[in-house]
Design a protein around this ligand. Structure first.
Ligand code: THU
Length: 129
């Protein structure tokens, strides 16, 4: 299995662990670290709504917490292959740079590939200010 397929499979598995009782929208993510290890994330919702955390950010923070210094690719699985939210786009760009992002839906083995800067063409970069 290619590393991209593994990444998508891990995102699919992570999605089964989502805690989304309020929205019903389960999201699974998986990020590939520079070491070759894969880190999962799922969305975890809270009754205090703004403290909910997205799957992508959990996966990225999971990898960083484990000691990964570079993050090389991200896969996201939702029911419909949806794109990340704006906050996640910014975190993906800042922590991963211009990486491939694979978007997959629950009923398809196919994924669509984008790059971070395609999905967020004008990211905020504090170093430019
Ligand atoms: N969600 C994610 O996990 N990632 C995104 O990029 C978009 C939104 C979650 C947050 C919330 O639990 C649910 O999807 C509906 O917004």
């Amino acid at each position: 299995m290619t590393v991209n397929k593994k990444l998508i499979e891990q995102a699919r598995l992570a999605r089964t662990r989502a805690r989304a009782p309020y929205s019903g929208y389960a999201v699974g993510a998986a990020v590939l670290g520079g070491s070759g290890a894969i880190y999962p994330g799922c969305n975890v919702e809270s009754g205090a709504y703004p403290t909910t955390m997205c799957a992508e950010r959990i996966a990225i923070y999971n990898a960083i917490s484990a000691g990964e210094e570079s993050l090389q690719a991200l896969a996201i699985v939702t029911k419909d292959g949806g794109t990340p939210c704006g906050a996640c786009h910014q975190v993906i760009y800042e922590q991963c740079g211009d990486i491939p992002i694979y978007l997959a839906s629950e009923n398809s083995s196919e994924a669509v590939e984008y790059r971070s800067t395609q999905l967020l063409p004008f990211p905020f970069n504090l170093n430019e200010h």
